[in-house]
Design a protein around this ligand. Structure first.
Ligand code: G6P
Length: 498
């Protein structure tokens, strides 16, 4: 089979550059190995582009990366508009932040249709398409309209909320009906999948028979595929990173003080304001912890063109200044707040240097920072993960210290418990989490999804497994080998955490 993976944002294989979003960073190692072609946005927009205008096509491991400039007239309405000011807030149960116009919806549909036309270049009988995330809910339906009969899979990296919440998105019925053009629709957790099935039954009046649902497009399968990480690879990276200059500088700066770490995009779903409040509270209720622990919060700016995000950035800067002003000393800063991104290598080293990992989103599809923090620990002396019960990762990492991110006092107590936990308990909890991580790696996730996708082709179809994915050749244009059209300088990587 010839696998084509599609996502809005893609990542490039540079271990020492700030990493792009959680999705892109997670996919990179598996897509690279699989020989698939990965199609996504180049990060640039243009007027008058034809569907064939792939800006860059370069080799990526055994496969290729094909980047597309998107239509300038629709990009804003698609990305900042419908995707991130209607879908993202609703998917994270923040309908109060929905802010879109009809034009935004039209632009979203236009960009999906544009991507569908562009993908025709890779369409051949043996192709299977795997579309990622909420940017492309309607891409499958557009492809069916163009006559594509091949397997089409879709995976949602975010939560899928309750029926009532998703009904707050303008055009929600059209969107969900269009999603049924996919043969396989994957979610991170059982809850997400159940919410989706409930919507299909209650809003669209469809019969959901176990995992199967029939619509005008035929039968779709819905299922749960929790995303994982490359556990052993990340652990080895963390061990090696101990000697990285940035990591050594961090350790030296601590003077024996303990470190808690948080790594997030500045996003309202991440619970950053509550987290900083919890540290404020911690120093209030346990003043003895002053000078004995600080929080390193890496807060990578994100989607800054959207008001809700720029407001949050301002709010956080103000809050951190206040908390540092209240508890800080001339030679001690309680919250080290960095508004920038770091490479995955450096982050791995930072995680290993921190005695507490604080991952406290209000709502999160999975949250791979939680998994990476665990994988990065020293097995002899592991740190403690303080994890929100509303992160998808809490389903697997149930021996973390689970907290309610809305309960500031409870979080402060959780952090204090983490700091005083004896080594035997830390090891027991950590080992249990590592067993779960090893049972569900990114490799299992990838193979599990594409096996299920290929199964939708029917027993007679060609078999598909990551080890046999063949490097793709373009239907027209250059063969994808040896880095043609490589021009990395034209693509400025945007540093993003999770
Ligand atoms: C989340 C989404 C991804 C997105 C990433 C970064 O992980 O699920 O689809 O790429 O955030 O967001 P951005 O808007 O910068 O791509």
């Amino acid at each position: 089979m010839d696998l084509v993976v599609v996502s809005n944002r893609v990542a490039r294989a540079k271990a020492n550059e700030p990493m792009t979003g959680g999705l892109a960073a997670a996919l990179l190692p598996v897509v690279e190995k699989s020989g698939a072609i990965w199609v996504g946005s180049s990060g640039r927009v243009r007027d008058n582009i034809s569907k064939d205008s792939f800006a860059e096509i370069e080799s990526l491991g055994a496969g290729a990366l094909a980047l597309l400039d998107l239509p300038a007239a629709h990009y804003g309405g698609y990305y900042e508009g419908f995707a991130n000011s209607a879908l993202w807030p609703a998917l994270h149960s923040r309908n109060d932040l929905i802010k879109v116009s009809l034009d935004d919806y039209q632009s979203y549909r236009e960009v999906n249709a544009f991507m569908a036309r562009a993908l025709m270049r890779f369409n051949k009988p043996t192709a299977a398409f795997w579309i990622q995330d909420y940017h492309f809910l309607t891409l499958g339906a557009e492809m069916r309209d163009l006559g594509v009969g091949n397997p089409l899979g879709f995976f949602l990296h975010t939560p899928w909320p309750s029926r009532r919440v998703i009904s707050g998105v303008p055009h929600h019925r059209d969107l969900v009906e269009a999603m049924l053009a996919y043969d396989l629709i994957g979610f991170q957790t059982e809850d997400d999948c159940e919410n989706f099935a409930d919507y299909l039954q209650a809003e669209l009046g469809l019969d959901v028979d176990g995992e199967l649902v029939s619509s005008r497009f035929g039968t779709s399968r819905i299922g749960v595929f929790p995303i994982g990480i490359d556990v052993d690879g990340f652990a080895a990276q963390a061990q090696r990173a101990a000697s990285h200059p940035d990591v050594s500088r961090l350790r030296k700066s601590l003077h024996g003080e303990r470190l808690a770490i948080g790594v997030d995009r500045v996003d309202y779903s991440k619970g950053l304001v509550n987290r900083i409040s919890a540290f404020d509270r911690l120093f209030e209720i346990q003043p003895s912890l002053k000078r004995s622990v600080s929080l390193l919060q890496i807060a990578t700016p994100s989607r800054g063109g959207i008001e809700a995000y720029s407001n949050l950035q301002d709010e956080l800067s103000k809050q951190v200044t206040e908390v540092n002003g209240r508890h800080g000393e001339v030679d001690w800063t309680p919250i080290r707040y960095l508004s920038k991104g770091f490479s995955q290598t450096v982050l791995a080293g930072f995680y290993r240097a921190a005695q507490v990992g604080v991952v406290t989103p209000l709502h999160d599809g999975m949250n791979l920072v939680a998994k990476e923090y665990v994988a990065a620990q020293n097995p002899i002396d592991p740190g403690v993960l303080v994890l929100s019960k509303f992160a998808g990762a809490a389903n697997e990492l149930d021996t973390a210290l689970l907290v309610n991110p809305h309960d500031i006092d409870g979080m402060a107590r959780g952090i204090a418990t983490a700091l005083s936990m004896p080594a035997t308990e830390r090891r027991m909890r950590w080992e249990a989490m590592m067993r779960k991580l090893r049972a569900g790696t990114i490799h299992n996730w990838f193979a599990g999804f594409i096996d299920a996708l290929e199964a939708t082709r029917g027993a007679a179809g060609p078999s598909l497994s990551p080890s046999v994915v063949r490097p793709l050749r373009l239907a027209s244009g250059p063969a994808l080998s040896g880095g043609q059209m490589r021009d990395p300088s034209r693509f400025a990587p945007r540093p993003i955490a999770n």
